[in-house]
Design a protein around this ligand. Sequence first.
Ligand code: HEM
Length: 499
Amino acid sequence: MSFLAVFLICLVVGYVLKAIWNNLKGAWHNSPPGPIFVPGLGSTLTFAMGGRDALKFPLLVIDDMAKKYGEVMRLTMGPQHTVFLSGLKSIKEFSSMEETTMRPYNETLLEMYSDGEPLGMGIGIGGERWKEQRRFSARALRDLGAGKKGMDAKILQEVVHTIEDIKDKVRGTQKLKKVDQYFDLPDLNVIWALVAGIRYEYDDPVAHKQFDYLRSFLQESTAGPLTATPMLKYIPPFSGIYQNIRKCMDEFRVLIKSVIRNQAETFDPEHIRGYIDKFLVEQKANRGKFFTDKDLIINCQDLFIAGSETASKTLSNCFLWMVLHPEVQDKIQEELDTVIGNSRHVIMDDRPNLPYTDAALMEVRRISTPFPITPPRTAPRDITIQGYNIPAGTPVQMNIYSVLRGEKYFDNPNEFKPERFLNAKKEIVVPEGFIPFGYGKRRCLGENLATVSNFMFFANLLQVFTFRALDPKHPPSTLPCGGLTYGPQPFDVSVSVRD
Ligand code: HEM
């Protein structure tokens, strides 16, 4: 071996040892445990070899790793350290701190989500902008009726469209195709009614195209690793995936921009149609600091994505589990028949009298959560979680899945059992570990709306239809499918109209 080769090897080994030493001594002193990492590459190889088809199911690999390394785990992808919190204690401790409402500046995520700028209330930001925009959005949605009494009447109109559409689709075939995507448009209509007062027909190609664009981002299983390891965007095949996501998200915003333009052109302060009008009122009155055109676009994008994706995936999951557990479906229908009958639709006032139906929906939310790992947050100062140091600026992600599927919080967590949410008197009980909407100050903004909307669709569709597996010997898979949000794998079902 030449002198130069020996010299180069020594240099590399020295660099690696120095990087490890700096990590142990520096800000990462007393750091959370995690898989061994090589400076520059991180634990990428350990992750890729994590079994379970690592790139297809990164969620499950992270959850397996957390079982090995503990509730506070450091995972280093490329040069980027990220901390994953699993278990209720660490999640509560972290999200109860005022300073952890920030999201880290993640260039790649922002490039994909908002053309590189930290805009809006959902993904990109924290601090003053988030506070102002979140407060405004929460108030605006509340004023527009989200989650309030009476909202169910509006949602019922959409449910009735869905019932008629399913009847049309299954006439003669008894088959409903692509249930994993079927609820995208009905749910978009629920949120879009609040945002702009508009609705799309279920066969509208423009609206369907929007979901195709979104899928290229949200259902892309490498989107998580791509944002955690920015250098991947320069390396094939990730570079192609990254470019495609950017192109699709640009296209996605074309429709949002045209909806906003249209609303601005027809704006009438005396007739507020929805969220966009309310934003325009603030903008025209020069209130606040962040009522900019660009923030409005990304806020609408946040509502489109957070509002339709998660709620629609929940509904698809509902019918997946109903097909897998026909005995649960029968029990729900028995309850609906006894309490409501078939001469009228189900409304929200019926909910307290339908505890089994409610419990089954909660069980779906628990076992198949659409947002199993929350988008990253960070603190602007060093913090300590469960005794471990986390340096300022480190991305922290909460593994909600670990709680919702954790043995510590739920008996036999992988079993589908609505009864776990009922006490001996058949009343609903909400266990501490039931956190599908996140926890703390940045928890989901649309919890009330999603609760009403999901319940209205679920109960009314089961009142009218029975859903069964097309081939009971080959039932659809329960393995989650996705990247940033998760839904069921593609599946069709057999549907019959009840007498
Ligand atoms: C079943 C349906 C839903 C589930 C399971 C769900 C769950 C979640 C979760 C886990 C988060 C992340 C919290 C965090 O970062 O700590 C979140 C954030 C968010 N959700 Fe939902 N969500 C649902 C429906 C909705 C709906 C209908 C809306 C629309 C109004 C909505 C709006 C938002 C927004 C705007 C955020 C970001 C909040 C922020 O960063 O301050 N979500 N949601």
